[in-house]
Design a protein around this ligand. Structure first.
Ligand SMILES: Cc1ncc(COP(=O)(O)O)c(C=O)c1O
Length: 389
């Protein structure tokens, strides 16, 4: 066999996938590891997609997306995110994953550093590697409540830094970044002439406080911010693979050509679903966010009663449980929970060094699984903490 490309070495296996693969070998495991909503896609969205596919010739869509959807996206980001833009700024993509990857391809040269949050979503290091960039973590520290601290970002910048990825509310902590700090980040990026790639995939899953889109803080066509959004979490549409990138028109044009080369376009049927999602009642979104809030509150109450610490999430789909009292590495705790208690979680170490000592629990899991799984986790952590004391 000829040599396999060295590019494959630049793409590490995600720590979440590793836990999922292990869990798949154990029957009856409670799955608390993944941010995949346990809700059905709202019926009106599914029906609109079916209707569209039955009535239209399902041919190739334009590389940048169906015009009707791009118009709906431009209206949505104006209305919900305060980000004034036109269709020339919008590319419909294969999930936020597609949007983030294209954003990297459009902005960094091979060998450049990309600053990624630590802790942060495990997808970032993999896609930075695939784009030929070098991963450079900036800390969101446990002591600082995992908030963005622009000073820490500044210290991580080098002469090779091409882009900074920012995610609020963030995976895995659910922490919302303060408006002032985001403003300062934008000023820093302007001073050092660096792109900002904002991952806004949880923009509408907020329990308290306000989400601020950093891309809304300057005029789009003179902006250095590229904003990636997703239908996955907001509308329980993870498998439809639909998202969008909002960027200055001068960048968007290149993104369209790169998307044409990479995947041609997002599925036309998924795009029809996206049109219905944005045009239809937002009631189901509010109901799902309310369910996540209830799950968050019951998780916090359960952990409070057990005397176990956690990071209070402002939004997104996760709660980080503090397991430092066990004195064990988070991966060992996650593996023991899987093996001995049939509960699958994600170790903090899967998201970077800063949240070693935490486990991530997904609020996208069914209510009963969440309560039962957290109960088993609490019993295990307390027993180990007592043994370690
Ligand atoms: C922070 C973050 N960004 C992006 C994604 C990927 O989203 P999508 O399904 O739209 O590709 C995820 C999925 O879990 C995520 O947590």
């Amino acid at each position: 066999m000829p040599k396999i490309s060295s590019r494959t070495d630049a793409v590490p296996l995600s720590g979440i996938r590793e836990m999922m693969d292990l869990a798949a070998t154990i029957p009856g495991v409670l799955r608390l590891e993944i941010g995949d909503p346990n809700f059905q896609t709202p019926r009106a969205i599914t029906e609109a997609a079916f209707d569209w596919a039955s009535r239209n010739r399902v041919g190739y869509p334009p590389n940048s997306g169906l015009m009707e959807l791009r118009k709906a996206v431009a209206a949505k980001v104006g209305r919900v995110n305060g980000l004034a833009c036109g269709v020339e700024n919008v590319n419909v993509t294969v999930g936020a994953t597609g949007a983030l990857y294209l954003a990297l391809l459009a902005t960094i040269e091979p060998g450049m550093d990309v600053l990624v949050p630590d802790p942060g979503w495990a997808g970032y290091p993999a896609m930075v590697g695939l784009a030929g960039g070098r991963v450079s973590p900036y800390p969101l520290s446990a002591d600082g409540g995992f908030q963005l601290e622009v000073g820490a970002v500044e210290r991580a910048i080098t002469g090779r830094t091409g882009a900074i990825i920012v995610n609020s509310p963030g995976n895995p902590t659910g922490v919302l970044f303060a408006r002032d700090e985001l403003r300062k980040l934008l000023d820093l990026a302007a001073r050092r002439d660096i792109w900002i790639i904002a991952d806004e995939c949880y923009d509408e899953i907020v329990f308290e406080g306000r989400h601020h889109a950093i891309g809304a803080m300057e005029a789009i066509d003179s902006s250095r911010v590229l904003s990636a959004f997703s239908f996955s979490k907001t509308y329980a549409m993870t498998g439809w693979r639909l998202g969008y990138l909002v960027a200055p028109a001068a960048v968007s044009r290149h993104v369209t050509r790169m998307q044409a080369a990479a995947v041609s376009a997002a599925s036309a049927v998924a795009q029809a679903a996206g049109i219905a999602a944005l045009a239809g009642s937002q009631g189901p979104v509010a109901e799902m966010v309310e369910a996540y809030r209830r799950r968050r509150d019951s998780a916090m109450a359960l952990l409070d009663a057990a005397g176990i610490g956690y990071v209070r999430p402002d939004g997104a789909l996760y709660i980080m449980v503090d397991i430092r009292g066990t004195g064990m590495p988070s991966k060992d705790v996650a593996l023991a929970l899987l093996r001995d208690c049939a509960v699958c979680t994600t170790p903090g170490s899967a998201f970077g060094a800063e949240c070693e000592g935490f486990l991530r629990i997904s609020l996208a899991s069914a209510d009963a699984d969440l309560v039962e799984g957290l109960g088993r986790l609490a019993a295990y952590v307390r027993a180990r903490a007592t043994a370690a004391a």
